[in-house]
Design a protein around this ligand. Structure first.
Ligand code: G16
Length: 546
C-alpha cells in the first residue's frame, strides 16, 4: 500500500508555492536557519515537513519557532524544538540542512531518504506546536510552516505570538501529558513560584525592562499582571508600540556589545535596568554607578549570582549534590576565576550555542549555564530534585537546614529548565537580590570584569575559519592562530579568539586585556588580521590613530 509520503502530488503542489530559488544554500546554524526573510519561504515550508517526520519518529509533539531572535527586523529564522523542550538534536541539524538545500525536483527523494534512513513509521500521527515572534514577516512564514505540516498530514497547534522560551516550556509540558498547556500555563507556574519566593515582604524597588520592541513586551506585561504590582514593580521600555524598530539600538545584544544603554533610556545611578532580546530568550542587566559610569551585569554576572545563591543554599541545607557551571570562550576571565576560586564551584567550557552548554550542564546534578550575552538557565537532574524535595519535607532536620532546602526547591521552580528565558531569569535575579537584600551595587561587586571588546568582520566565506578547543583556537586558515598568539602576547592579561557566527554572516572577534584601551586595540588588530588572512570584504577595519 502507498504510504502517505508517496502521495507526491499534494507535496509537489505546495512545494511549487514555496519553491526554492536556484543556487541558494543555507545551513542549520547556532539556533536554526537565519537569514533575509524574503529569501527563506521555502526553508519554513520544508521545516514544517521535517517537524512532522521528527514527530512521527519520536511519537511526541515537536515545536517550531519562527524567529530570528537578536537579528535585524528584516531577517527571520526557524528552529525545531525537541520533545523535552530542548534544542533539536545535532544529528538532525544535518538532516535539516540537507532538506533545506535539496532542489525542488529532488525534494520528494530527499524526504524518502530521511524516512528510510531514520526508519520512520509514516502511519504514526504527528503533532506540531507552532509559534512566532512579532517580525513583519513572521505571520506569512509561519503559514509556510503550516503548509509544510499539512503537506505531510501533521496536526498543527498554532499558538500565535509567543516568546521562544514560552514555546520550549509548552512543548515540554505537552509531552509530559499536559495537552492543554498554553501561554497561561506558563504565567501561572512562574508567577506562582515567584510569589512564593518573595511575597513577604514584596520587592520594593522597580526594575526597568527594555523589551527590544519585540514579543517580550506584551508577554512580560501579562506575566506582570499575573504576579501583581503589589509584589514586583516592572517598567516596560521599548515595547514595540512606538516608532522604535525591533533590536535597533536596543535589546540585550546591543547593550552587551556596545556596553551602553538602549535608545531613549535616561538612566539614573543604582537603578536596575534589564534588556531582553527580540524573542526574549536573553537578558542582561545594567546600571550606572555613583560617577554615572555604565555598569553591565551580563550573562556571566547573572550566572555568578545564581551559582552563589544555589551554593549558599546547598551549604545551609547540607544537601550533597554536585553543582557546576558552564560558560563559553566569551566568558569574562574574572567571572571564571570568581566561580572557581571564590565559590569553589567547577566551571566547564562549551562551544557557543545554548545547545552545547545545555548538554554539558546536564552532566552536573545542578548545572548553571550562561553565555556572556545573557542566554542561559539552570538544569537539575531528577534524582537531585527528589533529594532537595525530601530535605524540604524532612521534619527531623534542624529548622535552618530544612528552611534552606525549601528555599532552594522554590527557587528552582522559578527557573525555566528547558532553555534560557529572559522572563524567568529576570524573576530568578529579582528573587535573589530580594533574598539577600542587595542592590545592583553589591551584585556588581562580586568581581570586576576584565575590560573586553567584541567586533564583527565581514569576509567572503566565513566557513574558512575553523576552530577547536571550544572555539578558543583556530585551525584554519593555516598560520592564523600563530598570528593571533603574537598579537595577544603584546597585551597584559591579553586573550583573544575568533569564530564564524552561526546566526549572522560575519566572523566574531573577542578580546580582553587589562585596560579598555588595550582590549579595544587588541580587538582591532585581530580584526585587521582576519580581514587580511580570511578574505575580508567591504571596508577594512582600521586601527584608531593615537
Ligand atoms: C543564538 C544562540 C546563542 C548564541 C547566539 C549568537 O542566540 O541561541 O546560543 O550565543 O545566537 O550566536 P553566533 O555567535 O553563532 O551568531 P539568539 O538569542 O540569537 O537566539
Amino acid at each position: 500500500m502507498d504510504s502517505p509520503l508517496l502521495q507526491e502530488i499534494p507535496i509537489l503542489k505546495l512545494a511549487e508555492v514555496h519553491s526554492k530559488p536556484d543556487k541558494q544554500a543555507m545551513a542549520y546554524g547556532t539556533a536554526g536557519f537565519r537569514g533575509k526573510a524574503s529569501k527563506m519561504d521555502h526553508i519554513f515550508f520544508r521545516m514544517g515537513m521535517l517537524a512532522v517526520l521528527r514527530s512521527k519518529m519520536l511519537k511526541s509533539a515537536i515545536g517550531v519557532m519562527v524567529t530570528a531572535s537578536h537579528n535585524p527586523v528584516l531577517d527571520n529564522g526557524v528552529k525545531l524544538i525537541d520533545p523535552c523542550g530542548e534544542m533539536l538534536v545535532e544529528s538532525w541539524e544535518v538532516i535539516a540542512t540537507g532538506l533545506a538545500n535539496a532542489s525542488n525536483d529532488d525534494l520528494v527523494k530527499e524526504l524518502k531518504k530521511i524516512v528510510a534512513k531514520e526508519n520512520i513509521d509514516l502511519s504514526q500521527t504527528a503533532t506540531i506546536l507552532l509559534a512566532r515572534d512579532t517580525r513583519p514577516s513572521s505571520l506569512s512564514l509561519s503559514n509556510a510552516v503550516q503548509d509544510g505540516i499539512s503537506a505531510l498530514g501533521g496536526t498543527c497547534r498554532n499558538y500565535g505570538l509567543l516568546t521562544t522560551p514560552q514555546l520550549h516550556y509548552i512543548v515540554s509540558c505537552y509531552n509530559d501529558g499536559v495537552k492543554d498547556a498554553d501561554e497561561d500555563t506558563y504565567y501561572k507556574w512562574f508567577s506562582s513560584a515567584f510569589k512564593t519566593l518573595v511575597n513577604e515582604p514584596p520587592v520594593n524597588s522597580n526594575v526597568t525592562v527594555d523589551c527590544a520592541n519585540g514579543v517580550g513586551a506584551p508577554k512580560l506585561n501579562k506575566l506582570y499582571e499575573h504576579i501583581g504590582a503589589n509584589v514586583i514593580d516592572i517598567i516596560i521600555h521599548n515595547d514595540g508600540e512606538g516608532c522604535g524598530k525591533l533590536n535597533e539600538k536596543c535589546g540585550a545584544d546591543y547593550v552587551k556589545i556596545q556596553q551602553r544603554a538602549p535608545i531613549g533610556l535616561n538612566m539614573e545611578p543604582f537603578h536596575r535596568y534589564a534588556s531582553f532580546d527580540g524573542d526574549a530568550d536573553r537578558i542582561v542587566y545594567y546600571s550606572l554607578d555613583c560617577d554615572c559610569n555604565f555598569v553591565l551585569l551580563d550573562g556571566d554576572k547573572i550566572a555568578s549570582l545564581i551559582t552563589l545563591y544555589i551554593k549558599e543554599l546547598l551549604d545551609e541545607s547540607k544537601v550533597d549534590v554536585k553543582l557546576g557551571m558552564v560558560q563559553t570562550a566569551y566568558a569574562n576571565g574574572n567571572s571564571t576565576r570568581y566561580v572557581t576560586d571564590t565559590l569553589n564551584v567547577m566551571v566547564a567550557c562549551a562551544r557557543t550555542g545554548v545547545k552545547h552548554l545545555h548538554h554539558k550542564a546536564v552532566e552536573f546534578d545542578i548545572g548553571v549555564y550562561f553565555e556572556a550575552n545573557g542566554h542561559g538557565t539552570v538544569t537539575v537532574k531528577e534524582e537531585c530534585s527528589n533529594v532537595i524535595e525530601r530535605a524540604a519535607k524532612d521534619d527531623k532536620l534542624p529548622a535552618k537546614q530544612k528552611d534552606a532546602a525549601i528555599k532552594l526547591k522554590t527557587f528552582l521552580d522559578v527557573i525555566n529548565k528547558t532553555v534560557g528565558d529572559a522572563m524567568s531569569d529576570m524573576l530568578a535575579v529579582e528573587a535573589i537580590l530580594h533574598a539577600k537584600g542587595w542592590s545592583v551595587r553589591e551584585w556588581a561587586q562580586l568581581y570586576t570584569d576584565l575590560p573586553n571588546r567584541q567586533l564583527k568582520v565581514t569576509v567572503a566565506d566565513r566557513t574558512v575559519i575553523r576552530t577547536t578547543d571550544s572555539e578558543r583556537r583556530t585551525t584554519s586558515p593555516e598560520g592564523l592562530q600563530e598570528e593571533i598568539d603574537k598579537l595577544v602576547a603584546l597585551f597584559p592579561n591579553g586573550r583573544s579568539f575568533v569564530r564564524p557566527s552561526g546566526t549572522e554572516d560575519v566572523v566574531r572577534v573577542y578580546a580582553e586585556s587589562d585596560t579598555q584601551e588595550h582590549a579595544d586595540s587588541l580587538a582591532k588588530k585581530v580584526s585587521i588580521l582576519i580581514y587580511e588572512k580570511a578574505g575580508g570584504v567591504g571596508e577594512k577595519p582600521k586601527e584608531e590613530s593615537a
